[in-house]
Write a protein that binds this ligand. Sequence first.
Ligand SMILES: [Zn+2]
Length: 265
Amino acid sequence: MRRLFHVLVLLGSLLLLHACASTMRSKNWESALGPVPHSKISPEDLQQKLKITQAFIPSGRYGRISNRPMVPQYITIHSTQNYTGDAFAHAKALRNGALRGGVIGYLCWHFTVQDNAVVQHIPTSERGEHADFNGPGNRYSIGIEMCEHKRNDLARTIDRTAMLAASLMYHHHIPISHVVPHYHWPRKGYNPPNKNCPHFLLEDGKPGRTWAWFLSRVQAHYKRIEQQAPAARPDNSNLANAPGLPGAPPLPGPVFASYVARKED
Ligand SMILES: [Zn+2]
């Protein structure tokens, strides 16, 4: 009986320690970053702050081998679990067709974020291969990878990702309830089907208090954005005219012009 009591006490304290560890983690990140300012910011200024470099996979090759238009309805957050490559190294690998997988044989996603920069790999009006094969995660979501290489400041990477998610929510009319971890999308035929990704924002491989903290950070950035009257907002819904989508029929919903192919270097 006494032994059982000791085991229970031990289990209880382990659980408590675990909960404290995750709270500490997000508290440390929050104090390193400071609170998100309350002052308003224009959608354009927020986008400027993100420092997005567009280094698109060539149209018609690798992850963009076929023309697959998408109207994004979700934002999926990942982490690279690559402890050597930065955002630019991932861009290079994607542009060289070095990352294989998915239903077309090549992986691709929309953005990779590191502490001081964002690199965009495909337009947000095109489908990626980053979540769940032919599932809704790939068919309807914008994929964002967070870097984990050495010397990369993780707190600043998380905050830049939250800012990017807020900007994309605004431009694509995506609600906060549709900002999800990769975990959200089960992968058919995998055990476990739900991936522990992004691992440092999950508890025991599932969304918990750290994920809730991340979403509060996204929401705080979103609340700063000056909402403009619909008439004043850029509406690039006629995708037939957008580069990278030759002859595609017009799709419903606005796609912010600057997230669509602007330069391909
Ligand atoms: Zn993932």
